[in-house]
Design a protein around this ligand. Sequence first.
Ligand code: TRP
Length: 473
Amino acid sequence: MSEPRENFSSRIGFILAAAGSAVGIGNLVGFPVNAAKNGGGAFLIMYAIFVFLICLPVMIAEMAVGRKTAKEPVGAYKTLSGNSSLWGAAGLLGVLTPFMIAVFYMVITVWILGYLVLTITGNLEYLASDGFGEFINSPYLFLAMAVVAAVVNFILVAGVKDGIEKAAKILMPSLFVMLIIMVIFVLSLDNAFAGVKFFIIPDISKITPSVVNGALSQAFFSLSLGMGILITYGSYINRQTNIPSSAKLVAITDTGVAFVAGLMILPAVFSFNPNIVPSELSDSSVSLIFTFLPKIFLALQSSIGYFGASAIAALFFLLVFFAAITSLVSIIEVPVSYLVTEKKHTRKKALSILLMTAGILTIFATVSFGMVAFFTEFTTYAGGTKSFFDVVYDIFYDTILPLNGFLLCVFVSYRWKKNKLSEELALGNDGYIGSWVEKYINFSLGTFIPAIVLIIFINTVAQKFFAVSLFGF
Ligand code: TRP
């Protein structure tokens, strides 16, 4: 006898958990900087259009597949395809992907915790003076890793309602409050409005094909699509929940946090250096967070002292840490749910299996920044030496996600069938059948959305692994 499937206790709990998954490091740092570099307001409008017209239907479809089957990706694909082994393989990819993403995201979360502890203990100056190179090779990282694993375990072992939902209900509102405090503080700095200007004033001339591609991929990743997460979280909601409107709230929260984060990051950058040209800022969230931002925080000491500057930095890293934990929890829940539903393990056992296996891979990824040569110079492709961390990131985060999204659209439209999707979405949503939302979702999921996502996938493979650029971007 299998135990009855657990559920989220409330719609708001589900929405906060899904938004907690979606809101991550990318929203807080990557998005604002990208927007400022690539056309400001013009980028923002384009991003919003992508979120609502292209990503939202995929999000809704994932949640519907999850709720219909009450299963994680493997079980869900199998159930709805009458046990097809081909679709079962797509499901397996949908569980392997989050497992591997968990590995690299764990590394970053561990670094964030390390930065939080170091700022609290008075080491902001060290971090600002290019301490990062030394930091990523510190043996203390393994201690931080044990702490992060324990936190994740603590949340997930408690289950859906008492673990994931409760954590989201505490961490997300705290995150909103911290974000608002940071924005108010940062906007009071000198030159703050120069940053806001770069963020908001549109510059259409910056919108090139590669910016369009980047914005779409970012929207897709940011919303947790293609990771199996929304299928799994969808399997924990009841039939009275209105899926399209819940998904819309998740998308609005995710995009809203990314937007508000822009009002925190860009004014801070410009008050640090009013003459900075946004296009000179790094593309990578990692180098922004870990090398650039500590310098900005340290510069605050001229107005609020070293203690004040450290306090602001600590608040920022705590905010990022909360965002990272809720994402990490959501991504590990997918393989947990797989082991519980398909392999009939208890949650506790599933978690120990996962924390052991993912833990070992996380150690490999952690030592691939110089500690161990084998993992640091793991392989070469596209003309560069790649570490183990790079490989995991390139394959699973950058490449496989759009493929998973493509498979999902094709699966829902042509295997499960659109009328079944509509039936599922009509539960908890009277008036859905026949509405223009239904027509749009059914049409787009069967036509241009999979086409666009497939193009992104092919282009990424060409660029990442063969260093050639197709389609002119
Ligand atoms: N929005 C996240 C970020 O910006 C990306 C993301 C979404 C994610 N879901 C996730 C990362 C789950 C890790 C796990 O970082």
